[in-house]
Design a protein around this ligand. Structure first.
Ligand code: AMP
Ligand code: MG
Length: 498
């Protein structure tokens, strides 16, 4: 048995997407890279996928994770999709620098795509080189795993490897490849691709595939397609509420970056808020602020409308009936979003059961945060430490608000409200700490880790991955990572790096 066959035994691919008709994708192999070198393997994730980390770290394992070797059973392909980018229709996008290697069923019984990102040009590359560079790859690694630690549905990162090539962006950077693991790579844009081509058969096959694989209950419904839309809207509402409750800005919520199962995918110029500013935009290409923090729920709905429009021909032959069913299905988004956001913010404030006036208390806090430039994550985390009956630790929070009189008045209202709950300080503190992270992937730390890595120092990258595994747990050895950036450390803009 040669190495490849030995390793192939470790990958038991079952490639359902590759069994769809040829017009769904283009089959091709990754481009070979000169000197693959593993930067990091996510050993825990490998184990969850039923893979042997020790084998993946061997030279042949690294060849696989960098696209030089295709294990038996893999069927690499670039998926076809279209999308609305910044509101503009683009009829053909597709995987321009990624290849789906195949699907693995993990120990939890869930089927996941294994995808190489940065694996060379494909017929969908247009003007791009099909490559990825070190900085954005490490960014995706840290932030996607950070999101997972925060309990937010996300594509995961199995590995990052250097390719040994230099890739031209603003200057030459080391080339890198990321192995992405996600429950699906079907996007809103995949549905739009078939709908725009008036390929109703393809559209139906795609919808049936998604129902079979991800939403089997929808398949039992009277109208499986409107049920599918409804399920997708619920997943999106849940996801966006989680983003909004932890200060995450995706940055490029184009319909091709909105995955159908409700996992966060396509980490480009994404960022976490430091100070709370609802109109905050980090992405260098988002000139109009379309994807500003506070716009995200509206944009998710806009994207769902695109999905609904694409699915109209499946839902009913009668256009009026199709439109009203689509409207009804998508309508669930606002209900679930409000529900999730409300219960989430209530829990962040330490309230157990919602009563009248709670949302006003939350809105007022956010307002004072914005007025005073208070740090979003730290405000909530420090509120956990306050006592209902004594003001001993108030200074830590008041400090974030520049000791503003308005915030002091808010604190009085918050305390009065907490008294109704009757929870003791220790119990409230531990409950609040499970929903208010101490650590988030702060932009300045991520950037610093990337700068160090470009100088061959992966120390900070490793530390960040460690701390973000348990972001709700106070880790005293890393307490400096809780701090917001100093003025000179502030990151004002983030880049796609494509
Ligand atoms: P994104 O903004 O990363 O979601 O990418 C939008 C589209 O551009 C997708 O079709 C990508 O596959 C493609 N793309 C992004 N970067 C590259 C690249 N370096 N080479 C080829 N295609 C790319
Ligand atoms: Mg994309």
């Amino acid at each position: 048995m040669n190495d490849t066959q030995y390793l192939s035994k470790k990958f038991t691919f079952d490639n359902s997407y590759a069994r769809l008709p040829e017009r769904f994708y283009v089959r091709l192999s990754p481009t070979k890279v000169p000197v693959p070198k593993l930067i990091k393997l996510n050993e825990e994730l490998a184990l969850e996928l039923g893979l042997d980390p020790e084998v993946l770290k061997t030279p042949i394992g690294v060849e696989i994770l960098s696209g030089n070797c295709i294990p038996d059973g893999a069927e690499p392909l670039a998926m076809a999709y279209a999308g609305h980018q910044f509101g503009n229709w683009v009829p053909e996008l597709g995987d321009g620098r990624a290849l789906l290697l195949g699907e693995l069923i993990g120990l939890d019984g869930i089927r996941r795509d294994i995808q190489l990102k940065g694996s060379g040009p494909t017929p969908f590359s247009r003007m791009g080189d099909g490559r990825a560079v070190l900085g954005p790859i490490l960014r995706e690694y840290i932030i996607s795993e950070g999101m997972n630690g925060l309990g937010i549905p996300t594509a995961r990162t199995l590995s990052a490897a250097l390719t040994g090539e230099k890739i031209m962006r603003e200057q030459l950077f080391p080339g890198a490849i990321l192995t992405r693991v996600a429950q699906s790579h079907v996007r809103v844009g995949t549905f739009e691709y078939f709908s725009a081509r008036k390929d109703i058969e393809g559209l139906g096959l795609l919808a049936d595939y998604v129902i079979r694989r991800h939403f089997p209950d929808a398949g039992k419904s009277k109208n499986p397609y409107s049920a599918l839309l409804y399920e997708v809207a619920i997943r999106q509402a849940n996801l966006i509420a989680k983003w909004m409750l932890c200060g995450f800005i995706h940055g490029v919520m184009n319909t091709d970056n909105m995955q159908i199962v409700g996992e966060t995918i396509d980490y480009g110029p994404c960022a976490f808020l430091d100070t709370y500013q609802p109109d905050m935009v980090f992405s260098s290409i988002d000139h109009m602020g379309r994807y500003a923090f506070g716009n995200q729920p509206k944009i998710a709905q806009w994207n769902l409308i695109c999905l609904g429009q694409a699915m109209l021909p499946l839902i009913s032959d009668d256009e009026d009936s199709a439109i009203s069913q689509v409207k009804e299905a998508i309508g669930i988004f606002s209900t679930i979003y409000e529900e999730k956001w409300t219960s989430g913010i209530i829990a962040k404030l330490g309230f157990v059961n919602k009563i009248d006036g709670d949302i006003q208390i939350a809105q007022d806090l956010l307002h004072h945060m914005a007025e005073n430039g208070a740090d979003f994550t730290l405000t909530f985390r420090r509120l956990c430490d306050l006592s209902v009956k004594s003001s001993d630790f108030d200074g830590h929070v008041r400090d974030l608000f520049g000791y503003s009189k308005e915030f002091d008045e808010w604190l009085i209202r918050w305390r009065r409200r907490l008294l109704i709950e009757g929870l003791g300080d220790p119990d409230r503190k531990s409950a609040m700490e499970t929903v208010n992270p101490a650590f988030i992937p702060r932009n300045h730390l991520v950037e610093e880790a990337i700068r160090d890595a470009l100088n061959q120092d992966f120390g900070l990258f490793e530390k960040l991955l460690k701390v973000y595994k348990e972001p709700f747990k106070y880790q005293p050895e890393f307490k400096h990572f809780m701090k917001p950036p100093l003025a000179h450390q502030k990151v004002h803009q983030t880049f796609c790096g494509t």
